[in-house]
Every structure is written in C-alpha cells, then in structure tokens.
Ligand binder design. Structure first.
Ligand code: TMP
Length: 243
C-alpha cells in the first residue's frame, strides 16, 4: 500500500504529491483553467476528470508503441501515479497544421496544412512567459545535453506519428501539441499530460475545435469538447486502450 505524502508542486492545472515509494509521484488534475500565461483564469467543469482519463489512455497507447513515459497507473477519477521525473525545462511543440502562435508568427491562416511537421522549443519559465528558443540555447544554457535533445526530438516526432494514426479513424485532426520530458534513472522519459489542454484537436469534417481554444477564445461548449475527445478515444480497439 502506497501512502500519499506532502504536495511537492502545484501548477496551473495539476498538483503533484510525493508518495511513500521513492521515485513515485501522484498527480492530481484540477478543473482550473488558465490561458495567456495565467492572465485569463477560469474553471472547466470536470476538466480534471477528462484530462486524467485522456492522458492515461494516450500514455498507455504510447508506451505500447515504444515511447517510454512517466505513466504508471490510474488511481482514481482525477489522479494517476507517475514516475518522479526531473523535468527538463524545455517545452516541445509539434505542429501539423498552422494555428495559434504560428499563424501569427508566419502570417498564414489557421488551417493551412504544413508540408512536414514543425518542431519548436520553448524555455519552460512562467515568469518569462515560456519564450521560444532553439537547440543552441538549450545546449549553451545547459538545459539538456545534445544527446538528450536528439532523443527528445525523435520521441516527439514518434509521438506525432502514433497520435496521427490513432486519431485519424476517430475523425480527429491533430493540429499541434506540447510535450514535456524528464530524466529518470539516467533515461529520458515523456512526462506531463496529453490532453485537450495541451493539444489542438479539430473535428476532421466540421473543423470544430475540440480543445482548450474553446476556453481561450470564449467559444462556449468547453466541457463538451473535452468529453467528446474522451468519448472518441474510448472507441479505440480494446487491445490497445486496455492493455
Ligand atoms: P501555441 O500555438 O499557442 O504556441 O500553442 C501550440 C500548442 O501548445 C497548442 O497545442 C497548445 C499547447 N500549449 C500548451 O500546452 N501550453 C501553453 O502554455 C501554450 C502556450 C500552448
């Protein structure tokens, strides 16, 4: 029996607790929602439940496909056990379709298909608003080694391939997403969450937004979008989702 000990971290969307087992943390997903680096604040009813369940399904799927990650098991509706990573302060964004900050940066309309995926790096620092950086910054500032960054880039692109292939039959366009990685016993593992908070999902036929952009842009039906993503993921063949 693992005991839950003191809280070690509280972020905008999650709380992390130490446990009696070394190397094991409990993550609790909150309903709190923020955007624009905390400037916009709100709550999305049951978001914690949806993001915990969605992340669990996707982490299990990715592990099946050889992408090692921090997920251990679901604890309850809003919590999961994870391996206690030493987080690498580099956020990795992968994009397949122009949206959000890329649309602004390069002046192309949202929805423009990219001829190949784009990988972007951001320095994980809330006080600085997570500025964009490149591999030179990562190396020169000793945020990660060259070897770690090579692993991270390969893993991020593999995550993209796996998610694209599993979401396509569910009629979900994977527009873009953000990943975080960390060190565990000398290895790089995928961490954080994979949810409508950290991905852009569009309905493949209507292009309706099924992610946090509904909150960021006050589009309404926010909770329904998270629920829709979970419902579609639950149609995944049991051999993948339940293993
Ligand atoms: P962006 O277009 O605003 O740069 O966002 C790219 C992707 O990263 C999008 O799927 C949302 C996700 N994201 C986060 O998970 N956290 C953040 O703080 C930001 C800005 C974006």
């Amino acid at each position: 029996m693992v005991d839950i000990l003191e809280q070690v971290y509280e972020g905008k969307a999650k709380k992390v607790y130490k446990t009696s087992e070394p190397g094991l943390y409990k993550v609790y997903y909150k309903d709190d929602a923020t955007a624009f680096n905390g400037l916009k604040k709100g709550e999305i009813h049951d978001k914690g439940y949806y993001n915990n369940q969605i992340s669990a399904i996707l982490f299990k799927l990715l592990a099946e496909k050889g992408i090692t990650n921090h997920f251990v098991e679901l604890v309850d509706n809003r919590s999961m056990m994870v391996k206690a990573l030493e987080i690498i302060p580099v956020e990795v964004v992968v994009r397949n379709i122009v949206a959000g900050s890329l649309a602004k940066r390069v002046g192309r309309p949202e929805g423009t298909e990219l001829s190949m995926p784009i990988l972007e790096l951001y320095y994980k620092d809330d006080d600085l608003g997570d500025p964009m950086i490149n591999e030179y910054h990562v190396k020169a500032l000793n945020l990660a080694t060259e070897e770690e960054m090579k692993t991270i880039s390969e893993m991020a692109l593999k995550v993209n391939e796996v998610l694209l292939s599993v979401l396509k039959p569910m009629k979900i366009d994977l527009v873009d997403f953000k990943l975080e990685f960390g060190r565990y016993n000398g290895r790089v593992l995928l961490g954080d969450e994979i949810s409508p908070d950290t991905c852009r999902f569009w309905d493949a036929s209507t292009k309706e937004k099924l992610d946090k952009d509904r909150f960021r842009r006050d589009l309404g039906k926010v909770e329904e979008a998270y629920q829709e993503i979970l419902n579609r993921l639950r149609t995944m063949p049991i051999t993948i989702a339940e293993r």
